[in-house]
Design a binder for this molecule. Structure first.
Ligand code: PMP
Ligand code: GLU
Length: 404
């Protein structure tokens, strides 16, 4: 027998580096090793009890066990529209929204619906791992704009100009960003949209971290700008991060009807719908009753305190530079000045080797920047308790003291 896989398709995709690192750290913990796991982009909080209670009642009282419409339940559609009206000041019709299997599900359906062979998709590096793989799986070509820490991981208009061609089908934005935590200003977003005016280029605006912002930074969604911006943008959001609901697997998207219709057709044939009970929980979360708002704000404040701790500890690491994150729960440690190096006589050529040694020897799990097309960096997630963060920085400090 010569059983084979679809090698062409499988060569377009790599395992998710974030999920792989988190799984490795958890496996080591299970084996009894005390790993400081700062790899996963996953809240360390439980889903707020009021959301869980609502989901339990939904299961008991109504059809939260059954298939739903591929677009989502009526309750979910109402909740998504109300949220967008409330927070982005933007009206979306019933035909312009969809609930998906995680935010990843929305990105997958949209990229499949939009991108094909010969299409270019602009990504701003360091970018979240999954974007490039979804583009390649769809047959498209990622065109990467590298942004710099010194510029707050924001592109200049000239950077964007170099990336755009007549084949640019799509631009993917992510603010606040995974993996850098960078929040883009309204001015920058308006400049990007002004440049796209008159083109046939779509935008996916991944705003999954919109609620998690710090200091004076305020998140602004480009769909609130004008009809041109709204008409070329798929707004993508979710419940995973702000409401600590990663495992419920619900994402939300809003955009022009033809694109949402295509995503619904794909969803019908791929996964049918997001789980009914999870949609009930997500709808309750998105409606933001005062108990939900209070829970979200408490988690946000906790992340903000941890961010302060992380910035203080990072400032004490020689040769390591950071951009203070405006949002999300990541900080991107720029070790460019320390690499390549030697640790106890061994070559540490790059961030990938460094993250391997950190895990194996210092028992610290961080995600290598190369996974995000940000070589020389390490992503640290501060969705972890202060004691784990302190422990992680102690280990990193000790390791780096021996990196010459
Ligand atoms: N977009 C970004 C920027 C993310 O960091 C993540 C991480 N999970 C996702 C989308 C996917 O979210 P979900 O878990 O809802 O699929
Ligand atoms: N988005 C999170 C992360 O970047 C979860 C894992 C994933 O979906 O990539 O760590």
């Amino acid at each position: 027998m010569a059983l084979s896989l679809n090698t062409a398709r499988m060569s377009a995709v790599r395992p998710s580096a974030t999920l792989a690192m988190a799984a490795k750290a958890k496996a080591m913990q299970k084996a009894g090793i005390d790993v400081a796991n700062l790899s996963a982009g996953e809240p360390d909080f439980k889903t707020p009890a009021c959301i869980v209670d609502y989901a339990r009642r939904a299961l008991e009282e109504r059809a939260a066990h059954a298939y739903t419409n591929a677009r989502g339940t009526d309750e979910m559609i109402d909740a998504m529209r109300a949220k967008l009206r409330r927070e982005q000041y933007t009206d979306y019709g019933v035909n312009e929204v969809i609930a998906t299997v995680g935010t990843k599900g929305a990105l997958m359906l949209a990229i499949d619906a939009l991108v094909g062979a010969g299409d270019e998709v602009v990504l701003f590096a360091p970018y979240w791992v999954t974007y490039a793989d979804l583009v390649r799986l769809a047959g498209g070509t990622p065109v990467v704009v590298h942004t710099k820490r010194e510029h707050g991981y924001r592109p200049s208009p000239a950077d964007l100009e170099r990336a755009l061609t007549p084949r640019t089908k799509l631009v993917v934005l992510c603010t606040p960003s995974n993996p850098t935590g960078a929040g883009w200003t309204e001015d920058l977003l308006r400049t990007i949209y002004a440049r796209l005016r008159g083109t046939d280029t779509w935008v996916i605006s991944d705003e999954i971290y919109e609620r998690l912002t710090y200091g004076t930074f305020r998140h602004v969604s480009p769909v609130s700008f004008d009809d041109d911006a709204r008409g070329r943008t798929l707004w993508v959001g979710g419940v995973a991060k702000a409401y600590a609901m990663t495992g419920w697997r619900v994402g939300v998207a809003a955009g022009p009807k033809p694109l949402i219709d295509a995503m619904i057709t794909l969803q019908q044939q791929r996964t049918t719908c997001a789980a009914a009970v999870a949609q009930a929980a997500a709808a309750y979360a998105l409606r933001e009753s005062p108990d939900v708002t209070a829970a979200v704000e408490e988690m946000r404040r906790t992340y903000e305190k941890r961010r302060t701790l992380v910035l203080e500890r990072a400032a004490r690491l020689p040769g390591v530079a950071v951009h203070p994150p405006e949002g999300a729960f990541y900080i991107f440690l720029d070790l460019g000045a320390r690499l390549p190096g030697k640790h106890r006589g061994r070559d540490v050529g790059d961030d990938v080797k460094l993250s391997e040694l950190l895990l194996d020897e210092a028992h610290l799990a961080l995600v290598p920047g190369t996974a995000f097309d940000g070589p020389g960096g390490l992503r640290l997630s501060y969705a972890a308790s202060e004691s784990v963060l302190e422990q992680g920085f102690d280990r990193l400090e000790r390791f780096l003291a021996e990196l010459t």
